[in-house]
Design a protein around this ligand. Structure first.
Ligand code: ARG
Length: 590
């Protein structure tokens, strides 16, 4: 649907033109003085320079022209040359009424849909998910939904870290714990057992223990490196152990991501890149891009315009081991074969920026991806505690994701318990839904590249720019609609009409709703979920003002009442669509 601002801009452009000025000065924007007007056009100020005329004179001429337009209820020229605009009640109601019947609530999808791979999550197998993995999961999931909702073909890939040193650490630690296992018998040539030699709980202990030990015990460290290389070279016994580690760890990872309402389309990992590495490296050498440097194989990627030093991208270490960049490049080869995406989006902590700059440059130079392929790195800011330092547990350790989520759910539950009107079980369930919204909104409402403070108290609050406040608004609408139906009302979405606003707050609500297409388009183009958060916060405020100032169900004029109900239905749809794009949902009651 044409954006309301576009319609108003067109009207202004025509007016500028009719007065003999360039149409380009007719850009309309939302007013930054809502106390004075709803929209404004500041073009007269810029036009004044070109036409060497007082801006207010130009504004007055254009205003005289704009008065003829059916869009506006008031048009005013104010010093030094602003044009203040208010639209008619009819236009406001008519616009949102059309949104209600449009299948996409008036949202215009991408005209040229693309295939997009989104690489996010990035969990490391056998290591517990910690809060460092929270942002990429939450933001990645939202970016995926936003891209897909715009009509693109999107593949969300978790890109597991399943090929790294943690494998060697676990294997060597296991050897010391259970040396009798057949995996450590070099002469064993039978079938390896189906059952894993450890449980999930044991695995969860093995990794941290091994990791701590490797920092103090150089000989052990050495063994773990050798074991890792053996895994990577496909040594049969260790591959069998690798399978066990994967089988035990993956269901747990999946469960954790499920709890976050994060769904990957593809569960590939670094190990899946292996078959592509040899050919890719050979090709880099053949093209003369890769060369030996101190025993390692590297590709120079520095460019003259680089502000910072850009070291060469290391493709192979002197001991023959493949590196992080190698597996990312080889993964691109695989993704080109499988999906030929027009765009890649990688979402990780911003500290990986240099790595991705190197990888992207090699990929372009070597033609692994096409010249026009968009390679986007979204570097995320750090999640800090209230003290401004990276978030830690109370005892100073790394916060496990499960612990964090359960702390948030408890905080929400406490708040809900204050006015509890549901069974214990329902309250717990609801607290989980609300808790997830608290965490996700708290995270997504910050610009993704910025550091932010993770403040459970604030995130779980039912007031202000928080997830629970948004859900509360939706729950309030649901409850009014329920009451309406209980009183015999029928909600038939296809033939409901939003009617002319009865008061200023109803009109403000309409104007907020009318911004939907604009906001979603921006969030999509700029890959900026926080814009959706800002929007639903002001939309919720607008709804709640309307609710407080208007008697909805007790309205006696039946047509007006049905108009309110239609407006409520639209508000609910818009809010629900937005939170779905953010990756959470609203309960029926809270
Ligand atoms: N596993 C990595 C980590 O924990 C993140 C992977 C990001 N994706 C990628 N294609 N490198 O740091």
């Amino acid at each position: 649907m044409k954006k309301l601002l576009e319609c108003l801009t067109e009207a202004c452009e025509e007016a500028f033109e009719a007065c003999g000025y360039d149409a380009k000065y007719g850009k309309a924007t939302v007013s930054n003085r809502p106390d004075l007007c709803e929209f404004q056009c500041n073009g007269a100020m810029a036009a004044a320079k070109e036409y060497k005329k007082a801006p207010i004179k130009i504004a007055e001429e254009v205003v005289a022209e704009l008065k003829k337009s059916f869009y506006f209820s008031s048009v005013e020229a104010v010093n030094p040359g602003f044009i203040n605009l208010c639209i008619t009640n009819f236009i406001a109601a008519d616009y949102v009424d059309k949104m209600l019947v449009d299948g996409d609530l008036g949202y215009d999808k991408e005209e040229h849909p693309k295939t997009i791979v989104i690489d996010y999550g990035g969990a490391n197998v056998a290591k517990p998910l910690h809060i460092g993995h929270l942002r990429t999961a939450i933001i990645g999931e939202s970016v995926k939904r936003i891209m897909r909702h715009a009509g693109n073909t999107v593949i969300g890939d978790v890109h597991l870290g399943d090929w790294g040193l943690q494998m060697g650490l676990i294997i060597e630690q296991l050897r010391d714990m259970k040396p009798e296992l057949v995996y450590f018998d070099e002469n064993f040539d039978g079938e390896y057992p189906q059952e894993a030699p450890f449980t999930l709980a044991e695995l969860a202990q093995i990794y941290p223990a091994a990791s701590a030990r490797s920092k103090e015990d150089a000989a052990f460290m050495e063994r773990t490196h050798l074991a890792t290389v053996k895994v990577q070279n496909g040594y049969k016994a260790y591959m069998a152990l690798w399978e066990h580690i994967m089988n035990v760890s993956l269901p747990d990872l999946k469960r954790n991501y499920d709890n976050l309402n994060v769904q990957f389309d593809v569960w590939k990992g670094e190990s899946d890149a292996k078959p592509y590495i040899a050919d890719m490296v050979q090709d880099l050498v053949k093209r003369g891009l890769a060369h030996e440097s101190q025993g390692a194989l590297v590709v120079d990627v520095a460019e003259e315009t680089d502000a910072k030093e850009m070291p060469p991208c290391i493709i192979r270490k002197s001991d023959g081991a493949a590196l992080y960049a190698t597996s990312d490049l080889a993964t691109m080869v695989q993704r080109e074969q499988d999906y030929a995406p027009e765009r890649y989006i990688y979402i990780t902590d911003k500290r990986q920026e240099m790595h991705f700059t190197q990888v992207f440059r090699v990929a372009k130079k070597a033609g692994i991806v096409g010249e026009d392929t968009e390679l986007i790195f979204m570097g995320l800011g750090t999640m800090n505690g209230r003290d401004g330092k990276p978030f830690k547990t109370r005892t100073g350790g790394v916060m496990r994701l499960e612990q964090l989520i359960s702390d948030v759910n408890d905080a929400v539950y406490q708040k809900m318990a204050e006015n509890k009107n549901m069974s214990e079980e329902d309250a717990k369930k609801t607290a989980r839904v609300v808790g997830l919204a608290a965490v996700k909104y708290g995270d997504l409402s910050n610009q993704s590249s910025k550091d932010y403070i993770f403040d459970i108290e604030r995130f779980a609050s039912f007031e202000g720019s928080t997830g629970p406040y948004i859900l509360y608004t939706i729950v309030r609408i649901k409850s009014i609609l329920r009451n309406f139906e209980e009183q015999g009302g029928v909600v038939v979405e296809e033939d409901m009409d939003i009617t002319s606003p009865v008061n200023a707050s109803e009109k403000s609500l309409m104007l907020e709703l009318a911004r939907y297409n604009e906001v979603l388009t921006q969030a999509y183009q700029e890959i900026a979920p926080h814009k959706i958060c800002q929007y639903i916060y002001s939309l919720s405020d607008a709804f709640n003002s309307f609710y407080h100032e208007t008697r909805i169900l007790t309205e006696e004029d039946e047509e007006k009442k049905l108009g309110f109900i239609a407006l409520l239905v639209l508000t609910k749809k818009v809010l629900e669509q937005c939170i779905d794009l953010l990756g959470f949902e609203a309960p029926d009651r809270m």
